[in-house]
Design a protein around this ligand. Structure first.
Ligand code: GDP
Ligand code: MN
Length: 348
């Protein structure tokens, strides 16, 4: 796999991307991260890597979100890690709280069931994890601080970037009419999304008009035989874009079709009664409601979120082993489902 970016744009000359240039060549875009104060050091690691490999050339602003106020230490140290503008935003309480239609008795019973020996759904017992998944699925794009932005790049604490990227990735998205960029594609635990596909089918029956004619439905429904662990979840392959890395157009998440879909899922309750992740929710929506040719694999952005890598074979990369998918146990290699994406959609 080549590490060359497709048609790189080289507009780094002159002062076009100076941090304090109000007339810079930057487009309406921000790097963003939902993060806790306690994750400051891990976040600084991510910032250092992304600034070194890319953002020191382009100076896109960073926007940080938190359900509680950021500490002065957090603000001071993150500001010192970039020349770019940095913003600190509180998640509104009504974007974070468990919706009042959720039956808390049923929620607690569901937690007990899905954490037993037969299910073992990761993070099922952490209420804040459910809240985080719901926020990333449907609430982040509604935050007033993002109202003026069109594109975002999602970053998490303790991720790594390995390759020099010399073009304005956001402008590339715009110039190539892309909605969504991903990096890693993996299977999910079927127990965490058992009713996601049945709910989605119900929604599709009510809204056939939302389904894009050039969709990636076959990717979502692939049912080739796989090891038990990768059991198909009531019709859903569980293959998803790993959403700790996302470069996307906020317009998609704000569109009526996505708002209606998210509201349907939110009412169904699976963010709490199960443990629907924002990754499968985003992936199912993109796979059905968007033109699959508008989804791009950023093969040239070397990346790691433990335990998985995207590591291109390119002289621009260092610190990871070309082609390696995981440095964890061998069986983890089976989690990679990018081949499914390539099978149904190709490599654009
Ligand atoms: P994992 O990658 O699935 O293991 O989940 P993480 O623990 O990395 O959480 C995903 C993202 O949400 C990270 O950017 C976290 O910093 C953030 N996050 C998770 N829970 C909370 C929370 O309760 N409050 C805040 N502010 N951020 C959270
Ligand atoms: Mn993470």
């Amino acid at each position: 796999v080549s590490g060359e970016p497709p048609e790189p744009l080289r507009r780094v000359n002159g002062n076009n991307y100076d941090a304090d240039n109000a007339n810079s060549d930057r487009i309406n875009a921000t790097i963003l991260s939902l993060v806790r104060n306690s994750e400051l050091d891990d976040l600084l690691q991510s910032m250092r890597d992304l600034e070194r490999t890319w953002n020191h050339k382009f100076n896109y602003p960073w926007t940080f979100f938190n359900d509680v106020p950021f500490t002065e230490e957090f603000k001071q140290k993150t500001r010192a890690a970039t020349k770019a503008e940095v913003r600190y935003e509180l998640v509104p309480a009504d974007h974070w709280k468990i919706p009042d239609w959720i039956n808390m008795d049923l929620y607690h019973e569901s937690v007990a069931l899905l954490t037993d020996d037969d299910h073992r759904v990761q993070y099922m017992e952490k209420t804040s994890y459910h809240q985080m998944c719901r926020w990333n699925s449907g609430m982040f794009s509604q935050h007033p601080a993002l109202a003026d932005y069109q594109y975002y790049w999602r970053v998490e604490p303790n991720v790594h970037f390995f390759c020099d990227v010399d073009y304005d990735v956001f402008r590339w998205m715009q110039d190539h009419n892309k909605t969504y960029g991903f990096n890693i594609n993996i299977y999910d635990s079927p127990e965490s999304v058992e009713t996601l596909w049945p709910e989605t089918l119900r929604f599709m029956q009510d809204h056939p008009e939302y389904i894009h004619k050039n969709n990636a439905r076959e990717w979502l429904q692939d049912n080739e035989r796989r090891p038990d662990k990768h059991r198909i979840a009531n019709g859903y392959s569980t293959c998803h874009f790993w959403s700790n890395f996302e470069i996307g157009d906020l317009g998609f998440w704000r569109s009526k079709k996505y708002r209606d879909y998210f509201d349907h899922l939110d009412r169904a309750g699976g963010f709490f009664y199960e443990r629907w992740g924002d990754a499968p929710v985003h992936s199912v929506a993109l796979g059905l409601f968007e033109d699959k040719s508008k989804i791009h694999w950023f093969r040239d952005i070397g990346y790691q979120h433990i335990p998985f890598f995207n590591c291109p074979n390119s002289p621009k990369c260092s610190g990871c082993t070309a082609g390696m998918f995981t440095d964890g146990e061998k069986w983890l290699n089976r989690e990679d489902c990018r081949p499914l994406w390539f099978k149904y959609v190709g490599m654009d």
